[in-house]
Design a protein around this ligand. Structure first.
Ligand code: AMP
Ligand code: ZN
Length: 460
């Protein structure tokens, strides 16, 4: 089996060759912590968690470094802090917002079965590295100081536009670029800018006297450099980050370190829409992970995400969630409380093919059917395959109990009715037996008679 990954930069699916198999390095752009994360934000987190798990399986648990940052300096954070805590000094209010939102994000993604990344750096802890990169860019002639701003001069980087595959003219036409008096060319982007009074601020680079704060793109160049080096294996995020965010990161890092590549493979997940429409607050179809987890177990959300290949768009629907919930019921029923052995080769092969989780899910359906026939060995392989993908975090009985609780069915009442029905059948009172069956059905409970007795489950 050979791992192949699609690279957005070269537009090809290639065999993955790590720079150092003893330390495979991946950087994924993380959340800006100012509000609850939505289901679109969950997509890169789940997709790159599956890749992290696969890489750990292939290269060894301790041979993969996964960095996912937290952006804790941003205008949206400042606005939220001022709005929610008008009585507090802004910096204190900002700390509250980023702490609460960060904790919520961690709880949400843990419930989705995602492992914590190896390192989760915060932008505000890497200001020194940002300044260092900016100083290098100024010294190299790739950046200039103007009216207390530092700007990257895109004209100095002939590769600029290679990731987005657009010419400067196309980028200019497509992007909403701010025309600003401190810019020499409209596409030049901010590396550093002055802070407004009361806003977080740090000593500036480039000989600027006034304190200031970093632009967005420089954060990721600084954090990936600090934790993964000048060049690393995989850089990931959602497709909307290709331009301008990743194009700018690439330009900054390559020009600062004189390298021809920042990451060997650039990976981008497709976009998620809800019930056929772009998700937006104004349309009222904005779904947070937090809300979703009130109605659905995290594993259902996870499976629903992985049924689609990561590069394709997803239409997120309630119908899809219902189907995913049924599949997980079946998987849990077959898995029972069996210990896992090794993941099945079909599962590894489909994952190794540019993380084709849609095919992996199809393979799992096949494995389940086999497992039903093949007994313990087949089931142990099935279980190990599910665990590799981050499923089966619960025991089967916990899974069933949650389902029963969610259905509002009182298990003791069901048991009592089943006992009454068994007694009715023993005295050949078929009418009463059928009546109780109907009563249970009306409660949403399906029963099954076998030699061992009567079992029940929540009807679908
Ligand atoms: P943001 O906080 O907006 O920077 O987004 C965090 C991550 O979520 C980035 O990798 C985005 O590309 C990704 N993302 C945001 N919205 C969506 C969406 N609707 N579908 C898929 N990915 C998304
Ligand atoms: Zn980034």
């Amino acid at each position: 089996m050979e791992l192949k990954l699609y690279d957005t930069l070269t537009k090809e699916k290639r065999a993955f060759v790590p720079l150092d198999p003893a330390n495979v390095r991946m950087y994924v752009c993380g959340p800006t912590v100012y509000d609850f994360a939505h289901i679109g934000n969950a997509r890169p987190v789940i997709v790159f968690d599956v890749l992290f798990r696969l890489l750990r399986h292939l290269y060894g648990q301790t041979h993969v470094t996964y960095v996912r940052n937290i952006t804790d300096v941003d205008d949206k954070i400042n606005d939220r802090a001022a709005r929610d805590y008008p009585g507090l000094p802004l910096n204190e209010a900002i700390r509250k917002v980023t702490e609460q939102t960060g904790n919520q994000f961690h709880a949400d993604v843990a419930a989705l079965g995602c492992l914590p990344p190896t390192i989760e750096p915060r932008a505000t802890e890497h200001i020194a590295e940002m300044r260092a990169i900016i100083e290098r860019l100024i010294a190299n002639g790739n950046a200039y100081v103007e009216q207390d701003h530092v700007l990257f001069s895109v004209a100095t980087d002939p590769r600029y536009g290679n990731l987005a595959r657009r010419s400067l003219d196309e980028m200019l036409a497509g992007a909403r670029v701010d025309v600003a008096p401190y810019k020499r060319a409209p596409m030049d982007f901010v590396l550093w800018k002055p802070s407004k009074p009361g806003e977080p601020s740090w000593a500036s680079p480039g000989g600027i006297k006034a304190e200031g704060r970093p632009g967005w793109h420089i954060e990721c160049s600084a954090m990936s450099w600090n934790h993964l080096g000048e060049r690393f294996d995989i850089h990931g995020g959602g497709i909307d980050l290709v331009f301008p965010h990743h194009e700018n990161e690439l330009a900054q890092s390559c020009c600062a370190f004189h390298t021809d590549r920042m990451a060997n493979v650039w990976m981008h997940n497709g976009f998620l829409q809800v019930e056929g429409e772009k998700m937006s607050k104004s349309l009222g179809n904005f779904v947070t992970i937090n809300e979703l987890l009130k109605d659905w177990p995290g594993e259902v959300v996870r499976l629903n995400m992985l049924k689609t290949h990561y590069r394709s768009p997803i239409d997120w629907t309630v119908k899809g969630l219902e189907e995913s919930a049924k599949v997980l019921d079946d998987w849990y029923a077959t898995a029972g409380d069996i210990k896992g052995s090794v993941p099945a080769s079909t599962v590894l092969d489909t994952l190794a093919d540019d993380l084709n989780t849609a095919q992996t899910v199809a393979a799992l359906h096949g494995l389940r059917h086999q497992a039903e026939k093949a007994g313990e060995t087949g089931r142990a392989e099935f279980v190990a395959s599910l665990r590799l993908l981050g499923f089966l975090a619960q025991t089967q009985s916990d899974w069933d109990a949650r389902k029963q609780a969610a259905s509002g069915v009182d298990a003791a009442q069901v048991s009592a009715l089943i006992a009454d029905r068994t007694a009715a059948r023993a005295r050949k009172d078929w009418k009463e037996s059928d009546r109780i069956r109907d009563e249970l059905a009306a409660m949403g409970v399906a029963i099954k008679d076998s030699k061992e007795g009567t079992t029940w489950e929540i009807a679908r």
